[in-house]
Design a protein around this ligand. Structure first.
Ligand code: ADP
Ligand code: MG
Length: 626
């Protein structure tokens, strides 16, 4: 017998998780019970599914349930289930390794997060190991549904575990926990019952503690809405999302056509991806008549809705559908479309009825809506309506929608304008916004680098083109009549004469050489001497910035064609026109400095070394002249 005992080392990642679990999560140990019970429930669901599809014979009579026994003399806690079980190989892969292996940075973040928020354990699927918070030693006895011989896995949470044959088992898994000296309370019935009620009351199988069933089995999503209390909804969310938080939004709906659906979807409070936790797994489970078909389903919602938690039940799906065929199943495709449309409509309604709350949603999950715009053409219009931005007409921190914007468009205006920049202040002091201010046209401020990609993908909204204000071919409606018109007249009077402007432009083009495609007199600058505009309609300065940052790593240069517009009414431009006749060298320095300044205002890269030496030359000249 002894020679059949094999000793294995834990995979390196597993050891790290074990260390984190054992050392840093000491305070909220209760949750290990929830983790083991939820594993037992998963195993039972899997068996229930198997038994419907494959009709296994081995131990077919054994009822589906979870049994918990406490021995407060020996200080052991035993959790048994009659679920799918594990064979020898499965014990090794499922309990000795972690599927979610990642970079070492990932583990550091996990350690950090685990210190701050216990709920993250569940999110990372390190559930089983949480038993070591309370266990001195852990034995897992398991026999697979296929009837192959049973085995026992054993470990004290150090570097190794053993696996040996264990005859005489029924189907399922029994976990025997020898409790640490300071964790003896978990061998009392009272404590275990309390924890089950708190965390596991929705488990759809009987949980028997010392022979008595302590949970009530309820698939609340198939009940009618007015029969379900707020508390039940929230409790169900906590169960399904493996959290202690309350949800931000909840959508419970049923449909009969085009196919029968009961769905209960929740938006959580936190976005763990934003906290640097790596990519989220989808959080919605697919059921058919309360039988789990696809856990964390990747098929029933688009990828960009992976932040949702909940259940979807459709009685029209065939029970024996396999995970592989789900993807191509026409009903599933239909289901996905209905769910997505319904959820986006729900968000729109929420935004209308409580803008403040929607703003919270937007700040936490807006990035997923943007991801949707850039990846999913099918829902473009709905998604476009959910976007929110700062704008020249949004007061302190308020956000506007594209519909708000359209409602305020000036007569004769047919396009939606936007400009990217690091902050509202930077944008309002830069050259791109001044012409909009003067014409009283609203302009959207896209403050995230990704925003220009998003709006470019969107292309248009409600029939109105989305146009970046740093485009060379921008044509704004004229300023409104009245005072602004008069101002324009004033400016014209003071401006440099046309022939001088033409000459200056071609001289500048010569000086700047390859760096610009064209230099032209601007009809949109108000105060600033110059600005950079993009001649390629698909490129904005912000996009170029993002591309350049990536290209630098690969030693490429990524630049779109640039034009420089100059302002003939600006004092510096007027002086430059004279200067280039009296002092060529100095004038060239000034020209380059104007160009670099405009590049900086466009958020684009300049050669800082050259710029510094040049500006010293200019300063020297100025100091001399005095
Ligand atoms: P997760 O539940 O997120 O997959 P866990 O660490 O909780 O991660 O469990 C790891 C794996 O061990 C499970 O995916 C499952 O395959 C297996 N497992 C754990 N407990 C049981 C059980 N009671 N019955 C069968 N398999 C189990
Ligand atoms: Mg688990």
């Amino acid at each position: 017998m002894t020679e059949q005992v094999e000793t294995h080392e834990f995979q390196a990642e597993s050891r790290k998780v074990l260390d984190i679990v054992i050392n840093s999560l000491y305070t909220e140990r209760d949750i290990f019970v929830r983790e083991l019970v939820s594993n037992a429930a998963d195993a039972l669901e899997k068996f229930r599914h198997k038994s419907l599809v494959e009709k296994p014979e081995f131990d077919a009579h054994v009822p589906l349930e979870i049994t918990i026994d406490c021995d407060d003399k020996k200080h052991t806690l035993t959790i048994s289930d009659t679920g799918i079980g594990m064979n020898r190989q499965e014990l090794e892969t499922n309990l000795g390794t972690i599927a979610h292996s990642g970079s070492s940075q990932f583990w550091d973040q996990l350690a950090e997060a685990a210190r701050k928020d216990i709920n993250l354990i569940g999110q990372f699927g390190v559930g089983f190991y949480s038993a070591f918070m309370a266990a001195k030693k852990l034995r897992v006895q398991s026999r697979s549904w296929d009837g192959s011989e049973g085995h026992e896995w054993e470990s004290d949470g150090g570097g190794t575990y053993t696996i040996r044959p264990c005859p005489g088992l029924h189907r399922g898994t029994r976990i025997i926990i020898e409790l640490k000296d300071d964790a003896h309370e978990y061998a009392t019935k009272f404590t275990i019952e309390r924890i089950i009620k708190q965390y596991s009351s929705f488990v759809p199988f009987p949980i028997k503690v010392e022979g008595k069933t302590v949970n009530t089995v309820q698939a609340i999503w198939t009940r009618s809405r007015n029969e379900i209390s707020e508390e039940e909804y929230t409790e169900f969310y906590k169960f399904i999302a493996n959290t202690v938080d309350e949800p931000l939004y909840r959508l419970h709906f049923s449909a009969d056509a085009p196919l029968g659906i009961d769905a209960l979807l929740y938006v959580p409070k936190e976005n763990y991806e934003r906290l640097g936790m790596g990519r989220m797994q989808p959080g919605v489970n697919l059921y058919c008549q309360k039988v789990l078909i696809d856990q964390h389903s990747e098929n029933i919602l688009p990828d960009w809705l992976r932040f949702l938690k909940g259940v979807v039940d459709s009685q029209d799906l065939p029970l024996n559908i396999s995970r592989q065929t789900l993807q191509d199943n026409a009903l599933v495709v239909k289901l996905r479309r209905v769910l997505t449309k319904r959820f986006l409509k729900f968000l729109k309604e929420q935004a209308q009825s409580d803008a403040e709350k929607y703003k919270t949603f937007w700040q936490t999950f807006g990035i997923f809506i943007k991801e949707g715009v850039t990846t999913d053409f099918e829902y473009r219009d709905e998604l476009g309506g959910l976007l929110r931005f700062a704008s020249s007409k949004s007061d302190n921190g308020a956000l506007v929608s594209l519909d708000d914007y359209i409602g305020r468009m000036r007569e004769g205006q047919s396009e939606i304008y936007f400009i990217n920049g690091p902050s509202r202040t930077a944008l309002e002091h830069g050259p791109y916004v001044e012409m909009f201010r003067k014409r009283d046209i609203e302009i959207i401020y896209t403050l995230e680098p990704i925003d220009d990609f998003v709006l470019n993908h969107l292309g248009e909204y409600d029939g109105k083109k989305l146009v970046s204000a740093d485009r060379a071919d921008l044509r704004l409606p004229p300023a409104e009549t009245g005072t602004t018109e008069e101002q324009a007249e004033d400016e014209k009077k003071e401006a440099l004469e046309t022939d001088k402007v033409t000459a200056l432009c071609s001289w500048l083009r010569e000086v700047l050489g390859e760096r610009v495609q064209e230099v032209v007199a601007s009809d949109r600058l108000v105060d600033s001497p110059a600005m950079i505009v993009n001649a390629d309609s698909y490129m904005t300065s912000s996009m170029e910035r993002v591309l350049q940052a990536n290209a630098q790593e690969e030693n490429l240069t990524m630049t779109g064609k640039k034009n420089m517009e100059i302002n003939p009414a600006n004092e510096l431009i007027k002086k430059l026109s004279h200067l280039r006749e009296s002092d060529q060298d100095f004038a060239r320095d000034v020209a380059w400095q104007i160009f670099d300044n405009a590049m900086i205002q466009a958020g684009l890269l300049v050669d800082s070394q050259q710029m510094v030496s040049r500006s010293y030359r200019i300063l020297e000249k100025v100091a001399e002249g005095d």
